[in-house]
Design a protein around this ligand. Structure first.
Ligand code: AMP
Length: 281
């Protein structure tokens, strides 16, 4: 397994890989790796000759400087985990290496960024697509792997790649959860013991939403979720939406869309967690 910190060094190996016509799978991450990330690596290993994982905490996608500064960094452990998974290449660039390659390009999100994460984290998706564009240009993989855990991000990247990198296939990977249903997240380590105990309530609530769909209206369920989450100790709801999983626009009635996803963002103490559940596909 080779580790590169410079674009030019990485590209030398990529050139050799290209000359052999081998396929390349790319897994972008911000490090502090857990089983959710490793599931992406495993899938990429199954489907490609070479797998590259990047670790880069992308400052320009953070709307909250404290969240950025407190973002966990565990580089040595990450390298060990990737070695165990037989990842072929790790790319760990510095900002100095990446930022000069980020251009001020404009992507028309077509309203995909006006809701949920985009609404509450101003500039977040613009920062995400800028860095993804930069990595896609450097690596030009055959396939890139993204988690359903960040459902809105996945939807935006699919649209972004369709318009700008039509040869790169975007592969979605299911959310990996802890034994008690909590979606794995690098931020989970920041929860206190007591907060960690209540955090699985988020996914429990999402599962109830799916059950309730049979005989309750969209609006009734939304009101119910607001009450449920806000009545929990340590929890404060930022948003809960029931939306089309294609356009991400909120629906008012179940008949409004055939593809439905419920998405949630909750502060558990100071830690902001997101999760989602597919209601209908
Ligand atoms: P991050 O390091 O948080 O930027 O995540 C890197 C990639 O891993 C993104 O595509 C995420 O959606 C994905 N990911 C994060 N957590 C999970 C999880 N619990 N299950 C599956 N994929 C995940």
């Amino acid at each position: 397994m080779n580790i590169y910190r410079e674009i030019s060094e990485l590209q030398k190996e990529l050139l050799e890989i290209n000359q052999k016509s081998s396929s390349v799978g790319f897994v972008p991450t911000m490090g502090a790796l857990h089983q959710g990330h490793l599931a992406l690596i495993e899938k990429a290993k199954q489907e490609n000759d070479f797998v590259i994982c990047s670790i880069f905490v992308n400052r320009i996608q953070f709307n909250n400087i404290e969240d950025y500064e407190k973002y966990p960094q565990t580089e040595n452990k990450d390298i060990e985990l990737l070695k165990e998974k037989n990842c072929d290449i790790i790319f760990i660039p510095t900002e100095k290496e990446i930022f000069p390659n980020i251009d001020n390009f404009f992507f028309n999100f077509e309203n995909l960024d006006k809701v949920m994460e985009g609404k509450f984290r101003q500039g977040h998706f613009s920062g995400v697509v800028k860095v993804v564009k930069c990595f896609f240009e450097i690596i030009n993989p055959d396939r890139a792997y993204f988690g359903e855990k960040d459902f809105q991000q996945l939807t935006i990247i699919k649209e972004f790649a369709k318009q700008n990198f039509p040869t790169i296939e975007i592969i979605a990977c299911s959310t990996v959860r802890e034994f008690d249903g909590l979606a794995m997240s690098s931020r989970n380590v920041r929860l206190t013991e007591e907060e960690r105990k209540v955090a699985p309530f988020i996914y429990k609530t999402l599962k109830r939403v799916k059950e309730k769909k049979i005989n309750e209206t969209v609006n009734d369920i939304k009101q119910w979720v607001i009450k449920e989450i806000d009545s929990q100790q340590f929890m404060s709801l930022e948003y809960f939406e029931i939306s089309s999983s294609l356009t991400l626009q909120p629906i008012e009635k179940w008949e409004d869309s055939k593809n439905i996803v419920a998405c949630i963002a909750v502060f558990v103490g100071n830690v902001r967690l997101i999760d989602n559940i597919i209601i209908e596909n």
